[in-house]
Design a protein around this ligand. Structure first.
Ligand code: HBI
Ligand code: FE
Length: 285
């Protein structure tokens, strides 16, 4: 959701700012530790194993808000990625340019205790706890770079909206098969205690097999839990379908068709679980 503005005062032309790790308060660190402990206790049986491996390889269970310099030593060794601090949401093309160069932009501020379970702008817990562990996984790391490169091309073709939907339903709210089970991998889910439960256990949402064109046509909601989740078979499959495919014909078809509303199932969908949509219905009343 960026705009074409120039960077705010104090930010570099690429919108980065210093993390200024020394300025976090004891309260900031304690809030991180609280959220970290809560997620680390519940995720092991729910999240894709690569996420727990990433936490471990990056030594993220060390108490306190991670210092990006320290985190980057391990992350760059694992996959060549870096985390850089930004003031908040950055314009789409700046965002894509960073990803295409294996730099993940992260907010440096942490939410207030009152925003423990809901906030609109991505803070450091969402960005770093949610996104960074999988950047230590070689295939997911390549997918994120491919997404940035694809975003730069999509911007020239006027297809950013389709790309944003792909990001939403994979990087932010994706589910993945793991043996016979479904597991979480999207950062928007794994950084949220309540959605980590809802996305796997609740009867309300549809869980649909990933199809690139379907996803690029699918609207999403930003104000509540998702009404549909898309399930990939593996990171390899996701990378193959996005980086190595010719997206031109897909874009042409997406451009010519209506977007699909949330909570809708199509006859062509690979339905893994047809949701009751009970939550969305009760919220609407
Ligand atoms: N900026 N800091 C930040 N974080 C994001 O996740 C982000 C962004 N700008 C644009 C954006 N995401 C998405 O809208 C793009 O995928 C289109
Ligand atoms: Fe995010």
């Amino acid at each position: 959701m960026g705009n074409a503005d120039s960077p705010p005062p104090g930010a570099a032309p690429d919108w980065t700012i210093p993390q200024d790790w020394a300025s976090y308060t004891a309260q900031d660190h304690a809030l991180w530790d609280h959220m970290f402990a809560r997620q680390a206790a519940m995720l092991p049986t729910r999240v894709v194993p690569a996420f727990m491996e990433g936490l471990n390889v990056l030594r993220m269970s060390k108490p306190g808000i991670p210092d990006f310099d320290e985190l980057n030593e391990r992350l760059s060794q694992a996959t060549g990625w870096q985390v850089v601090a930004v003031p908040g949401l950055v314009p789409d093309e700046i965002f894509f340019e960073h990803l295409a160069n294996r730099r993940f932009v992260a907010g440096r501020f942490i939410r207030t205790p009152a925003q423990l379970d809901y906030l609109q702008e991505p803070d450091i817990f969402h960005d770093v706890f949610g996104h960074v562990p999988l950047l230590a996984h070689p295939v997911f790391a390549d997918y994120m770079q491919a997404y940035g490169e694809g975003g730069l091309r999509a911007a020239r073709l006027g297809m950013i909206e389709a790309l944003a939907r792909l990001y939403w339903y994979t990087v932010e709210f994706g589910l993945i098969r793991d043996g016979g089970d479904l597991k979480l991998y999207g950062a928007g889910i794994v950084s949220s205690y309540s959605e980590s439960l809802f996305a796997l256990d609740d009867p309300s949402p549809h869980r649909i097999g990933f199809d690139l064109e379907r996803v690029m046509r699918s609207r999403y909601r930003i104000d509540d839990y998702q009404q549909n989740y898309f399930v990939i078979d593996s990171f390899d499959e996701l990378l193959k379908q996005t980086r190595d495919a010719d997206l031109g014909p897909i874009y042409e078809r997406v451009r010519g068709r209506q977007p699909i509303d949330v909570g809708t199932l199509l006859p062509t969908d690979i339905v893994i679980h047809a949701g009751t949509q009970g939550r969305a219905r009760s919220m609407a009343h």
